[in-house]
Write a new protein. Structure first.
Length: 399
């Protein structure tokens, strides 16, 4: 009897070992121009594959397959496609295994000090840095506390980087990158604000102050934008630190919106090969006139446009902290756009939530980037590339 059980178990083991879990996918570029650095997304439930590690094979190259979580927990399989020629079709095979040699092209992190102590609103004393996946801070946590590395979470791709202030300001800032490498782990550890000065890797190159910076969350009160400044507490979580996508989720508890409190959740994502970050927001109560936008810089004109299902505002000129040519753009679904306006500090997009949900994307460029964008014509080409992706010009079929 025992021998029979062992024999059946052996057969089951051999069958499992010899099963090749595989899925074939075709992607078709419907445009008259190539699409490069495309991140293919497929709902996990559409892939009939058993649990395990997978990679994809595209033109003989192994690339990673990662699982990405949506704002409400929906799982999506993602994989990078380096180039889809104009009016062409590619066949992709997803199979078991890992793409060990594929480089890490995105990163997200959050670090704070240990070893010192708070005196009032400031952290003082000897310290070391510790990286964490999650942190909860009280609503009273204030700017320039000298506690968080570069004052909040940071995220980057091989093309650009960002941070946002995890304090009463809650504004998004930009790191220009002169290299493709992942650099943020080394930024801000050798001096509290040394990243404001040019370095071999790049620099913080946007002056935010009291503005929206680029793509920050706000509420339009009819006259100006108010950032997410008043809240009971904030929990920030690094939910993904992948080779091809990194994500930061932030829960704002008790956000005071004109005297009415609600809970707000944001999810920021950045993909390999992309200058743009994508923001998804949801509240637990209806909130009208959620807003975002771009800091106003004297002498730099606003650009507006629309392509397909997306609209955008942008600015381009000598507006970097280093007085270099810099481009800034925010993209929103046209159906969610209520109005384009401005206040003293910002070019503003006022949005119309759908079932308490909004989404938008934001993109910087810099003339000193690893892939420099020195002219407005080059900047507009970058905008076009983002719009090509947002407008779903790639057709995906599973065989």
């Amino acid at each position: 009897m025992n021998n029979m059980i062992e024999f059946i178990c052996l057969l089951m083991f051999l069958n499992v070992e010899n099963v090749t879990a595989q899925e074939q996918i075709t992607v078709k570029n419907k445009l008259d121009r190539p699409v490069k650095d495309y991140i293919l997304e497929i709902p996990v439930e559409q892939l009939h594959l058993p649990f395990g590690n997978y990679h994809a094979v595209i033109n003989g190259e192994r690339v990673p397959v990662e699982i990405s979580l949506g704002l409400c927990g929906k799982q999506t399989a993602i994989l990078p496609v380096s180039n889809i020629p104009a009016r062409s079709e590619l066949t992709i095979t997803v199979e078991q295994g890992q793409a060990e040699n594929y480089p890490k092209r995105t990163h997200a992190e959050l670090s704070h000090k240990i070893g010192g102590q708070f005196e009032g609103n400031k952290y003082v004393g000897g310290f070391s840095w510790v990286g964490v996946n999650r942190i909860t801070l009280p609503g009273a946590f204030h700017d320039h506390a000298c506690y968080l590395k570069y004052e909040g979470p940071g995220w980057e791709s091989d093309k650009t980087g960002f941070r946002f202030y995890l304090d009463n300001r809650n504004a998004i800032d930009v790191f220009g990158k002169r290299v493709k490498d992942i650099v943020l782990p080394c930024v801000g550890i050798d001096g509290y604000d040394s990243y404001h000065e040019p370095a071999d890797w790049g620099m913080d190159n946007l002056k935010v102050a009291a503005s929206l910076g680029l793509g920050s969350i706000g509420i339009w009160n009819g006259e100006k934008v108010l950032r997410v400044e008043k809240r009971d507490s904030t929990t920030c979580t690094i939910v993904a630190d992948g080779k091809i996508r990194s994500q930061i989720k932030t829960d704002y508890y008790g956000w005071d919106v004109n005297g009415v409190k609600c809970n707000l959740v944001s999810l920021i994502s950045i993909d390999a090969g992309s200058r743009a970050s994508c923001m998804k927001l949801i509240t637990d109560k209806p909130v009208d006139n959620i807003a975002t936008g771009i800091v106003k810089i004297k002498g730099v004109e606003r650009i507006t446009g629309k392509q397909g299902e997306w609209s955008y505002i942008a600015t381009f000129g000598k507006q970097s902290l280093n007085n270099d040519m810099q481009g800034l753009a925010v993209f929103v679904p046209t159906r969610m756009l209520n109005e384009i306006t401005e206040d003293a500090l910002n070019h503003v997009l006022v949005l119309k939530p759908e079932n308490n949900y909004v989404e938008y994307c934001f993109m910087p460029t810099w003339e000193l980037d690893n892939e420099p964008v020195k002219t407005q014509a080059q900047f507009m080409q970058c905008i076009e590339e983002v719009l090509d992706r947002l407008n779903n010009n790639i057709e995906v079929n599973l065989k």
